[in-house]
Design a protein around this ligand. Structure first.
Ligand SMILES: *Cc1c(COP(=O)(O)O)cnc(C)c1O
Length: 421
């Protein structure tokens, strides 16, 4: 059951009517339900535990890096998966213990490596020979030993959007599975490194179990071989990627996912790390917007909103589909007409939905884009000098503005004019 539902004809977040909220905070605005964030975490963790797995969950911060979101998971015992210095600092600031932080990503700078070493993170997921050598040098320079997992590219098609598939050999991610034995050998001889395990992450918004199954089997086989060859592999990092139902489609449950994990890697008998992002935050957030105009074109009707691609990039970037719900529930027998739902940004790509059947709407009406908690606010920009949408966290009938809408003066204050201009 989602925290976002109609009550008395008004869309609510938990016990808070959203029409009242936007009177106070304006639009566009992101809204997160704390209850739904924590429920998603508990379901995910519970399913792995029920499958008898020794699992550590490291929330993938990039899906939604707000401190309040990270802290909501940290309170439940979550670690963090980070891909930059900024995310590492956020995870620490939100209260995630350093020894529960995994540092992933294909391009870590010396400074980022040093920060991870100095704070004592759980491990670096290393994605190339070049990175392995660099991390060894940085660690030795600091008199430290870097805990390392090698990220395996298993050459498996995740069957998701091309821009979020990461486990094919032509992708920039991970180390070709055939090169792992040689790199483990190399790493074993580098005094600045301590090999801890292997990692795999094949993509995002994965909606079938077969790609996971194929990737996990390959990695389990490799793990067994490498352990037999004498490499001290202690744990396995399974990545994230489990999708959510944007269109109400039927998806594998977390229980089905846990069963696949159990039958593919369970027999290894090692602790497992999981890095879910979208699955924990996607459905716990929405983006609120208002209709500025209903524009009647020659052949199409446009719903022009005050939200745009700079607020929610996923439709423009990934052809993503988000459910659109009016804040005032339409009558069950209301007729629906196709609308092109667009923003005000000067790009033809600034379109949220084409020909979407919606009940009659008028200027001033408010609506919600569902499942905008993941890869929403975090991908936002100020393109067209639009102000970033505020973020609001709801708990029960309370809410807190967890990031305020800045003023234009504040945005411009970040720029300086050269004194010769
Ligand atoms: C992005 C990413 C994740 C999270 O992916 P989701 O699809 O949001 O679960 C996990 N691990 C790594 C290495 C990532 O890059």
């Amino acid at each position: 059951m989602s925290a976002f539902a109609y009550r008395n004809g008004i869309l609510h977040a938990e016990d808070l009517p959203l029409d009242r909220l936007i009177e106070e905070v304006g639009t566009p605005a992101f809204v997160y339900s704390r209850a739904d964030l924590q429920a998603a975490y508990r379901r995910f963790a519970g399913a792995l535990q029920d499958a008898g797995l020794d699992a550590r969950i490291c929330y993938a911060v990039k899906a939604n890096p707000h401190l309040a979101v990270i802290r909501s998971f940290a309170e439940l015992g979550a670690g963090a998966d980070v891909v930059s210095e900024g995310e590492l600092r956020r995870a620490l600031a939100a209260g995630v213990p350093a020894d529960r932080i995994v540092f992933a990503g294909v391009g870590k700078s010396d400074g980022e490596m040093a920060l991870g070493l100095e704070t004592g993170i759980l491990q670096f997921n290393v994605e190339s020979r070049e990175e392995l050598l660099r991390l060894d040098a940085v660690a030795r320079g600091l008199g430290k030993t870097a805990p390392v997992a090698l990220r395996v590219n298993p050459d498996v098609d995740a069957k998701t959007h091309a821009k979020i598939t990461t486990g094919k050999s032509e992708n920039k991610f991970g180390i070709d599975i055939r090169d792992i034995p040689e790199l483990l050998q190399l790493a074993g001889g580098l005094p600045g490194l301590a090999i801890k395990g292997l990692a795999v992450h094949i993509g995002s918004q994965i909606t079938q179990l077969e790609p996971f199954e194929a990737a996990f089997r390959r990695v389990a086989e490799l793990f067994t071989e490498m352990r037999s060859a004498g490499h001290p592999l202690e744990h396995l990092d399974m990545g994230g990627g489990l999708g959510i139902a944007y269109q109400g489609e039927s998806l594998p449950s977390v229980e089905d996912y846990a069963a696949v994990v159990r039958r593919t890697v369970g027999q290894l008998g090692v602790p497992l790390v999981f890095e879910p992002g979208r699955h924990l935050v996607g459905e716990a957030g929405l983006l609120l917007a208002r209709v500025l105009f209903v524009k009647q074109g020659r052949s199409r009707r446009f719903l022009i909103l005050d939200a745009a691609m700079n607020d929610l990039l996923r439709p423009a970037l990934y052809d993503a589909w988000h459910e659109i719900q009016p804040l005032r529930e339409a009558a069950p027998d209301a007729t629906r007409q196709p609308f092109d739902v667009v923003g005000p940004v000067c790009e033809s790509g600034d379109i949220f939905a084409a020909g979407r059947p919606l009940p009659e709407m008028a200027a001033g009406d408010a609506l919600a884009f569902r499942s905008a908690g993941a890869y929403g606010a975090t991908m936002a920009s100020t393109y067209n000098s639009r102000l970033p949408a505020p973020e609001i966290m709801v708990s029960g009938s309370h809410y807190s503005i967890i990031r305020a809408r800045p003023s234009h003066e504040q945005l411009m204050a970040q720029e300086t004019l050269p004194d010769w201009l």
